[in-house]
Design a protein around this ligand. Structure first.
Ligand code: PLP
Length: 412
């Protein structure tokens, strides 16, 4: 594994294709994965790990799920992609639109970032305004104007914003504190005529799991409606993770747009954005807002997505996943703060009553790094940063949970 890492460093910047994989925050060398089966990952040296990162939330039925793999293989046998329309795209789009009523029409793309980028463009095109509001700690993918005050990888690396983004781009982004009604109202009242959209993770998964308060989300909906600003829910993590649909189904708030990704591609690269019909119809070819992609709606990816969503609809595992996650977290003592929403959770290493990005101290990160290292030794893989959410899949067995509980208790 050491040799492979050296080779990777020679050819790939930092040895990785996405920074979180470099394990810098936990002061470890990256691991190289050979295969995944059910709840397990196997590295190149054959070491087995119970996986609670699950491809950063993209996997919900476990790795190499037989029915999903069959759907993928069947699709591959017919060809890898044609740059033409296929039935799969229509089927997947229909499943999603039926599950999330605010999505009247949907476009499939190749990543969450692409979905967000396209939604922002469409919002600006529709409203003829330029400014976007995002919230501190929200991560919406590698999108130039939103790479400021992110949680996730950037926070982990201690980078406030990425280099290479023109100042003028950032001038169009207003960053506000999460869950702070007062500052949101103050800004909206001042700048409403310039604001195209407000984007939020309704359950923030990139500063650890921190749900937005219902009151806050209601205010966002009321104020944006009042000033004809578009409300975007980034449900790239929460879509089909917490119920069969989005978090919006649970709270009963309809955004104008929803961004999806991760689970809807069954572990393969995907993104999607959708919302009100009259706005979606402004996309090319019917409208003037451009959105295109060689691989968009790829038949293999959509086949995996249809398979996963069909299984989730039929088996409705959400209640059981929530209970299992709750049971797992009973092993934690008072030295950590726990946040759980369904099968998403985070253990916060903090001495404060409430965890926040701003109050995270380097000693907290140090404690998390030690915890991560100890877990890894026990064959348990958590996301390599305490700002990333942990997840459970339907393939985590009682044995996995018991082993993890015991390890967490001992390590803490
Ligand atoms: N939005 C959220 C909430 C995410 O968690 C992520 C990725 O982790 C993205 C957007 C970007 O998605 P992708 O990595 O597929 O571009």
């Amino acid at each position: 594994m050491k040799d492979l890492y050296q080779k990777a460093l020679q050819y790939i910047p930092g040895g990785v294709n996405s920074p979180a994989r470099a394990f810098r925050a936990v002061k470890q060398k990256p691991i190289f994965i050979e295969k995944g089966e059910e709840s397990y990952l196997f590295d190149r040296e054959g070491k087995k790990y119970i996986d609670y990162c699950l491809s950063f939330g993209a996997i919900i039925l476990g790795h190499s799920e037989k029915r999903v793999c069959k759907a993928i293989k069947d699709a591959i046998d017919k060809g890898c992609g044609f740059g033409l329309s296929t039935e799969n795209e229509v089927v997947l789009s229909q499943i999603i639109c039926k599950a999330i009523p605010s999505i009247e029409k949907i476009r499939l793309v190749n990543s969450g970032a692409e979905a967000v980028m396209s939604t922002i463009r469409l919002s600006r095109g529709w409203t003829k305004r330029d400014k976007i509001i995002k919230f501190e700690g929200g991560y919406h993918g590698c999108v130039d104007s939103l790479l400021v005050s992110c949680g996730s990888s950037l926070t982990t690396l201690g980078i406030p914003t990425s280099s290479g983004i023109p100042e003028d781009f950032l001038k169009t982004t207003i960053v506000l504190p999460y869950n702070d009604i007062h500052s949101f109202r103050a800004i909206i009242e001042k700048y409403y005529s310039e604001i195209a959209a407000v984007i939020i993770e309704p359950v923030a998964g990139n500063m650890g799991v921190i749900p937005a308060s219902l009151e806050f989300l209601k205010v966002l909906r009321e104020e944006t409606e009042k000033y004809k600003i578009l409300l975007i829910f980034d449900e790239i993590i929460t879509g089909f993770r917490l119920c069969f649909g989005g978090f919006q189904n649970i709270i009963g708030i309809k955004p104008d747009f929803t961004c999806l990704g991760k689970i809807i591609g069954g572990g393969l690269p995907i993104g999607a954005y959708g919302g009100r019909k009259e706005i979606m119809d402004c996309l090319a070819p019917d409208g003037t807002c451009f959105s295109a992609g060689t691989f968009s709606g790829n038949p293999i990816v959509t086949s995996a997505g249809i398979s996963v969503l069909s299984i989730l609809k039929k088996e409705d595992p959400y209640q059981e996943l929530t209970e299992k996650t709750k049971y797992l977290l009973e092993s934690c003592n008072k030295s950590v703060k726990i946040n759980q929403v369904g099968s998403m959770f985070t253990l916060f290493f903090t001495e404060k009553d409430v965890f926040s990005l701003a109050s995270a101290k380097s000693s907290d990160c140090e404690r998390f790094a030690n915890f991560f290292k100890c877990l890894l030794k026990e064959g348990i893989y958590f996301p390599p940063s305490q700002f990333e959410a942990c997840f459970l899949s339907t393939s985590h067995s009682n044995k996995d949970i018991e082993k993890t509980k015991k390890a967490i208790k001992q390590i803490l």
